[in-house]
Design a protein around this ligand. Structure first.
Ligand code: FA5
Length: 342
């Protein structure tokens, strides 16, 4: 029995040394140490032995089992270590996944760069704003029906005697008065204010939180040709050299005259297509700053004049060739598979 056990142990060790894979090692473990393994079966025979033999054989079996377990473990480790050290320089590396900036951040960066080239400076003003800056100082007194267009969110806070209620700013035009206050009656002003705006709206072309960019230029002798030149310059930079802008008469209380601004569709060159229908895309409003607004900002309208424009950042950017996104809400959904493509 003792000789039999020694033979079994030596056979197993030889097999372990010759094994070429972890799977082969596992098979050897099952063959010798498994439930019906060759050594395990020896244990069952102990019962039939004489008492003095039992002790000896029991010790031998224990010793054989622990030697085999140890040898198996060592051999397994040497396989995994050599696998670790093995290196094939010809296999292409795994690139770490790289994210990119959200479309709206890309848009704000590009729009800022375009205006900075012609001397504008990016500014930021509060998103939570007084009624005074959002409406009153923009020539829209309390109760004026024009305010309804802005479908405003109000914050439940005490009213201020001069500044009125607290609102989530519904447009970046609130930054016009803040900028005029900043220069303390001393233009020139060339601001580009890009900020979040909020309105109680949601459909394919409206979201409750969106971004606008507001241009404001105030100086001596500023007129409509300066405004039109700026619109044309911007269109050509963002949409390409074939871009054409047009202005149509409109009514805003804070500009006089006021316009709506359209860019010719870059997909059909103004012929009219599925995307634009009329050949033109409306991007937002513009006009010459109303004298009452200059006064509210502490600037003398007898000396200075200015123009302003305020457009939806998402709207303007989604018209770029190659994007063709016709539901603005998709930009704000957290569908990564979609956002990764933008
Ligand atoms: C204004 O907000 C004026 N303050 C623009 C202005 C500035 C006129 C300076 C004159 C001088 P309007 O409400 O039309 O105008 O909004 C301008 C643009 O903002 C719209 O054309 C649209 O592109 C975008 N916009 C408005 N509401 C939403 C919304 N809920 N979701 C996404 N974009 C919107």
């Amino acid at each position: 029995m003792q000789e039999e056990l020694n033979n079994l142990k030596n056979q197993a060790i030889a097999a372990i040394m010759e094994a070429k894979s972890v799977a082969e090692l596992e098979q050897i473990r099952i063959d010798y140490l498994g439930r019906n393994g060759k050594i395990t079966t020896e244990i069952k025979k102990i019962k039939k032995l004489k008492p003095d033999e039992k002790k000896n054989v029991g010790r031998l079996i224990n010793e054989a089992m622990s030697t085999l377990a140890k040898t198996l473990a060592e051999q397994k480790l040497s396989f995994s270590q050599s696998a670790k050290h093995w290196f094939d320089a010809t296999i292409p590396g795994e690139k770490p996944a790289l994210g990119h900036l959200h479309l709206v951040t890309q848009a704000a960066t590009e729009v800022t760069a375009i205006f900075e080239k012609i001397g504008f400076t990016r500014v930021r003003y509060p998103e939570v704003e007084w009624d005074w800056y959002a409406f009153e100082a923009l020539n829209m007194p309390q109760g004026h029906p024009a305010r309804d267009e802005w479908e405003t969110f109000f914050i439940n806070l005490p009213e201020d005697k001069k500044y009125g209620k607290v609102v989530l700013t519904p447009h970046t035009s609130s930054g016009q008065i803040r900028e005029m206050e900043r220069v303390k009656a001393r233009p020139p002003i060339r601001m580009i204010n890009i900020a979040k705006c909020y309105r109680r709206q949601s459909d394919a072309t409206h979201v409750p939180m969106f971004h606008q960019f507001e241009g404001l230029v105030v100086d001596k002798g500023i007129n409509i040709t300066n405004l039109k030149g700026t619109l044309d310059y911007f269109g050509k930079k963002l949409y390409g050299s074939k871009s054409v802008s047009r202005i149509r008469p409109f009514n805003f209380k804070f500009t006089e005259p006021s316009f709506e601004v359209d860019f010719r569709c870059v997909h059909c060159d103004g012929k009219g297509c599925k995307f634009c229908k009329s050949g033109w895309h409306e991007v937002g409003g513009a006009g010459m700053v109303h004298p009452n607004v200059l006064k509210a900002g502490g600037i003398d309208p007898g000396v200075y004049s200015g123009f302003a424009f305020g457009w939806g950042l998402e709207r303007v950017y989604l018209l770029k060739p190659g994007l063709n996104i016709n539901d603005i809400r998709t930009v704000y959904r957290t569908n990564l598979a979609y956002l990764e493509q933008l």
